[in-house]
Ligand binder design. Sequence first.
Ligand code: DAH
Length: 339
Amino acid sequence: MKQQLEQIRATAQLAIENAKSVQEIEELRVKYLGKKGELTAILKQMGGLSAEERPVIGQLANEVRGSIEAAIAEQGEKMKKAALNEKLQKETLDITMPSKTTKQGGLHPINIVLNDLIDIFQSMGFDVVDGPEVETDYYNFEALNVPADHPARDMQDTFFLNENTILRSQTSAAQIRTMEQRKPPIKMVCPGRVFRADEVDATHSPVFHQMEGLVVDKGITMCDLKGVLEQFAKEIYGEDTKVKFRPSFFPFTEPSVEVDVSCSECGGKGCRVCKGSGWIEILGAGMVHPNVLRRCGIDPEVYSGFAFGIGIDRLAITRYKISDIRLLFENDVRFLEQF
Ligand code: DAH
């Protein structure tokens, strides 16, 4: 029996050392130490031993069990380490590899300027309204006091979809739509795209952007117009900006003005941005013509108002010193990334 035990110890030891997987070890554990295992089988025969032999064999059997258990534990540990090493080796990390960058988009310069304009006018209590880009002749011209054959139409030749439907040439059309829908007091701005049949060059594009403004209430005067537009110019170009109102003509305002600001680049001395004049023209404005109010059902004897139209592209170009308006529409990422 002693021999048998020694034999089991030796073969088990060898088998365990040669085991290649956790599963193999588990099988060996069952084979030697399990309920039906070899060691258990021998212990079952202990009853047949003499009183002297029994403790000796018992002790040896325990030793054998202990050494097999130890061998199993040791081999298991070795295998775990080997598995870990293999994993680490396979998963080597190259920290010199360039990381995956996510490209973050940004706002188009037109939208940056537009958002600023909206902020300024909203802070003065203006609503923001929307108007259609495809307009009727009536809203774009007729109701704005520009009947068919009026010479002012020449400057705003646009794209006709049919005889009465056009791509709007000015956001001023939104004045009429607003006055038809709401009663005074009205205080709104309407930003958007406008279209004209212009040849493309460094300063002209057949598509550009405007922001219309309209205020109608009792007792609105030219003073209100000047106050609002001066405040706007200072917020956009800085507190020291000088503002100049020049008489002008628009069919839908009377009197009409054009508004210039002192050049923010040279402070009025004359430079490339202001083309040497010291001034930059930023918008057209005026007191809403009584004909326009009347046509929208607003009594010009009771109400008065002022309106203005700002060229958003022009603002973007002067603010960012962009040399060519086409850059705004080509959407070359190398250009857009600068804003
Ligand atoms: N709609 C005019 C244009 O495109 C700009 C303009 C001038 C708008 C005077 C106005 C205004 O509201 O009062 O040239």
